[in-house]
Ligand binder design. Structure first.
Ligand code: NAD
Length: 495
């Protein structure tokens, strides 16, 4: 019998009100059930929100450095458990161990970064226009934060959201993706061991349509932070926006790597492999489009095919494998549908293009790393997010066309250029329409202390990571202190 995991509400581990469970399965070995998780609904969300609302009264008064100290302790616990956490994450999510270790490390980094921000939480002071008067502002918490996360970074993304929310003094109701509930459960367990008080951090497992919508609609949830698809993000934005909730959205991407004819091609190839096929292409920042200068196009394709043929696909727990499975059958089907679309549109399939179902891979959702050349800007495989190991290659004649092709996209998350021309590097930094630009690096590689997010339909202007996320999770209280011992009227008495 697989282990049963629980919700964590008001300091208690508890089953769902429904008494029902859903399965968490290993995408590399689908017959293996990793665990059973509570199938919650609006009743569980309501209990969690009540607990979070009540806990907020005390938590907001805990000094921020003291809140940060709890996160430091939690980070220390996570360091000790890093390997076990990575193994569990590979079992539920599929990506290879090197990558799940990185995912856990990103959470550790975020714990330590958030702990230190507890000693800062800066705001502004400014001179008053009046004599004997001081002006200042403080960051104050907002209330109950509703956090909804996807499955591709099961620990990093929840930590990006929950830790700044907590250190700013908010309480949390958190719904992880139902494909990867175990890593989120571990995150909450560690926070409880580190001493987070009851009601401050709550986790409610279940589906997006039940638990997710209940969090978004609940009148006592004051802000929503969502990472996931653009389609769901737009729905959440209008529902939460109608109630004037603060909403942060991190959505889809269709990221491109540009390789100019003066680039270090060996280096660029390493970047393409890691960007396109790392995490089986299931990253919001994955390299999905490759824009090649015509002078190096043919040679680059030859080098890329050779390098791709050496990628081993299989169970991520086996360290000899470089690429794991798709998250589930539905996702693999979507990938294959796009491959069929690409073929019909007239792109040339030069590598992969089929599920891997033989031998050791027969029980998982594996897909061969796939490359299309001869892609044009009109094709759907050029425009739409696929979220799988499919790379679309497009040829350009010069730098200006590379930028034009790059920007012909509804999304704007991550971008990359490989070049040795310093002027083109700086032009790219200025002109590529994206929240992130890498020079001589692939489209992936975020660090927790730098702002992360995109322009256009990738989001609604907020950032995770770095300082800006602390602004999202706090409001400003402006304070005027008048010690003149008389009524001073700004704008009137001084003019
Ligand atoms: P998804 O939108 O299907 O689900 C994301 C989360 O929302 C899950 O927890 C899901 O249960 C929940 N959800 C689903 N329907 C909901 C609803 N109606 N109301 C409230 N919550 C609901 O996305 P996914 O398949 O888990 O993740 C893949 C997508 O996430 C891709 O589009 C990818 O680009 C995007 N993503 C973006 C970033 C970023 O930072 N920009 C990072 C990772 C993933």
């Amino acid at each position: 019998m697989p282990k049963k995991y629980l919700n964590y509400i008001d300091g208690e581990w508890c089953p769902a009100e429904s008494g029902e469970w859903f399965e968490n399965r290993n995408p590399a070995r689908w017959s293996e059930v990793v665990g059973l998780f509570p199938k919650s609904d609006s009743r569980d969300v309501d209990r969690a929100v009540k607990a979070a609302k009540a806990a907020f009264k005390k938590w907001r008064l805990v000094p921020a450095p003291e809140r940060g100290a709890i996160l430091k302790t939690a980070g220390d616990i996570m360091v000790e458990r890093k390997e076990a956490l990575a193994q569990d994450m590979t079992r539920e999510m599929g990506k290879v161990l090197t990558e799940t270790r990185g995912d856990v490390q990103e959470a550790i980094d975020t714990f330590y970064y958030a702990a230190v921000e507890g000693r800062r939480l800066f705001s502004h002071t400014a001179p008053s226009e009046m004599r004997n008067k001081m002006n200042m502002s403080f960051r104050i918490p907002i209330g109950v934060a509703g956090l909804i996360t996807p499955w591709n970074f099961p620990m990093a993304i929840p930590s990006w959201k929950s830790l700044p929310a907590l250190v700013c003094g908010n309480t949390v109701v958190f719904k992880p993706a139902s494909d990867t509930p175990l890593s989120s459960e571990h995150l909450v367990e560690i926070l409880t061991e580190a001493g987070i008080p009851p009601g401050v951090m709550n986790i409610v497992h279940g589906g997006g349509g039940s638990v997710g919508t209940s969090i978004v609609d609940h009148p006592d949830v004051n802000l929503i932070s969502f990472t996931g698809s653009s389609e769901i993000g737009k729905q959440i934005n209008s529902r939460a926006g109608a109630k004037l909730k603060r909403v942060s959205l991190e959505l889809g991407g269709k990221n491109a790597q540009i390789v100019m004819d003066d680039a270090d091609l060996e280096l660029a190839i390493e970047g393409t492999l890691w960007g396109a096929f790392g995490t089986t292409g299931q990253r919001c920042t994955a390299t999905s489009r490759l824009i090649l200068h015509e002078n190096i196009h043919d040679k680059y394709i030859e080098m890329l095919l050779d390098a791709t043929s050496r990628l081993t696909v299989g169970d991520g727990l086996d360290e000899s494998n470089k690429v794991g499975p798709a998250i589930n059958e539905g996702q693999r089907n979507i990938v294959h549908d796009y491959v069929e679309i690409g073929k019909k549109e007239g792109a040339e399939l030069i590598c992969g293009g089929h599920p891997l179902t033989d031998g050791k891979n027969s029980d998982g959702w594996f897909y061969a790393p796939t490359i299309f050349s001869g892609v044009t800007q009109k094709m759907r495989i050029f425009k739409e997010e696929i979220f799988g190991p499919v790379l679309s290659v497009i040829k350009v004649k010069d730098f200006a066309q590379a930028v034009e092709v790059h920007n012909d996209c509804i999304y704007g998350l991550s971008s990359s250029i490989y070049t040795r021309n310093v002027n083109n590097a700086f032009r790219a930094i200025r002109d590529l329409e994206a929240g992130i630009t890498y020079v001589n690096g692939p489209t992936i590689g975020a660090e927790c202390h730098m702002p992360f997010g995109g322009v256009k339909e990738t989001g609604n202007g907020h950032r995770e990571g770095g300082w800006p996320v602390y602004e999202f999770y706090s409001e400003i209280k402006t304070v005027y202190v008048d010690f003149s011992e008389k009524l001073q009227r700004a704008q009137i008495d001084n003019y």
